[in-house]
Design a protein around this ligand. Structure first.
Ligand code: FES
Ligand code: FES
Length: 212
């Protein structure tokens, strides 16, 4: 039997298989298109939490991240979306006193909790001390990472005050203030403009630890 004959037969077999498979795929695709459709509002979850001191009630797709709930549903666009998967820290907000990446958590997980965003820390007329220090020390250039840096810095100083150790802590019995501590604790907040020295200077000022 020649290889020529074999390849013709192979081709015929393949063609036959294709003739069966293609309609089957089309049929399956057709079925998918005819699948049940959600009615408006169906599959949504009611969520209530406090944002910047204000109680909010939302109807959300349970897959909505806290970041999207803040930006898209509450129009609090001070919180930034950088990477949207936990790598840059631009989306940092404070929930129940702890800083978190709002892109990595679902809004429905924060039912009844208290969320503070950059808009809740201060206003242009009444700046939070950390906001003022960032301005004084030029702790930003483009400003995209800045809301996350400021929220993170505020909660981070609370962590130090509470004696929460970091990977840079030498003596777990006494959390000492140092640039190494600050850099480690702020390492989840990336600044592509590399304003890091000025950010550290701003945080030091607020902590009352400015260098002479
Ligand atoms: Fe959340 Fe980058 S947007 S960590
Ligand atoms: Fe531009 Fe930080 S100021 S990314």
């Amino acid at each position: 039997m020649s290889s020529d004959h074999l390849s013709r037969r192979g081709l015929l077999q393949a063609t036959g298989a294709t003739a069966v498979i293609v309609p089957a795929i089309a049929q399956a695709q057709g079925k998918r298109e005819e699948g049940p459709q959600l009615k408006k509002g169906e599959g949504m979850n009611a969520v209530e939490f406090t944002v910047n001191g204000r109680e909010v009630h939302l109807q959300l797709d349970p897959r909505t991240t806290l970041l999207d709930a803040l930006r898209e549903h509450l129009h609090l666009t001070g919180t930034k979306k950088g990477c949207d998967h936990g790598q840059c820290g631009a989306c940092t907000v404070i929930v129940e006193g702890r800083r978190i990446n709002s892109c990595l958590t679902l809004a429905v997980m924060h039912e009844g909790e208290s969320v503070t965003t950059i808009e809740g820390l201060g206003t242009p007329e009444r700046l939070h001390p950390m906001q003022r220090a960032f301005i004084t020390h030029d702790g930003y250039q483009c400003g995209y990472c800045t809301p996350g840096q400021i929220c993170s810095a505020v909660a981070m100083l609370e962590e130090i005050a509470a004696g929460v150790p970091s990977h840079a802590t030498h003596d777990l019995r006494q959390v000492a203030f140092s640039d190494a501590e600050l850099r480690e604790r702020m390492s989840g907040n990336i600044c592509r403009c590399a304003a890091y020295p000025n950010i550290i200077a701003a945080i030091r000022e607020v902590a009352g630890e400015d260098e002479a």
